[in-house]
Ligand binder design. Sequence first.
Ligand SMILES: [Zn+2]
Length: 292
Amino acid sequence: MQFGNFQIDAVEDGRFGLDGGAMFGIVPRPLWSRKAPPDEANRIELALRCLLVRGEGRVILIDNGMGEQWDEKGRQQFALSRKPIPGLEASLAAKGVHRHDVTDMFFTHLHFDHAGGTVQPDGSLTFPNAMHHLQASNWHLAHHPSPKDAGSFRPCDRAGLVAGENLTLYDGPWQLTEGFDVLLSDGHTTGMQLPRIRAGGETFVYCADLIPTSAHVHLPWVMGYDRSPVETTAEKQAVLEEAVAKGWILVFEHDPGMDACRVIQDERGRFRPGEVVDLGGHGRTWPEAQVP
Ligand SMILES: [Zn+2]
């Protein structure tokens, strides 16, 4: 999809499943299960939606899914599936991009469902010609996680990354290129960075795990995985208010049925998904959004 100087496309790494209760924190199951029906193991289907941004002489990939460094037990545990939606390399190929073409590998954070595709099963980097970009505080947390965070970071997802060589670490806001900067968020994990792309009169924000699905546009719907749900709620509110005021398009990494949307506020001031924006991702699998 062309927007001004940038071509912006959703590229997916298949689907996976996480516990529905953990995805919606304190929200009661009767509410979230209407929006996201769980399977027999209480998991809900989630997307691994990365974003391919081309322009200004760059081929930028935002997050890289779960990759192939999984044994059968891990694949079963997370219901990792590449059918009928194929993996990331096939999704990139459908857009005419080979993994060697990627110039910039942008990490929102290093959790396994965002950075799992960084390294090939043979130990080589998947995007050997790319500079990898990450906040320094998230790099530090990945190496020294708290007991709550430890299960989300895997050393195999950062093997071969060397700061100053193929990895650039940032301490705060920065700009990748003209029209491409970041918003910072610490509620989900320390040093999560959300790309903000201004192109063709539109502003896109890739929400990563701040607003993982369109259901999480509702302010109190915050994940149980978060380090600080109170901080997440405040950070979400700031982004949502600006999205409403300025007509931003929010891109959802984990929503299985919606690439992106604008945000509206209803008569009670509650944030709601507005106009749906198609970025070439895959089809809807959840039932139509129901107001909780
Ligand atoms: Zn995460």
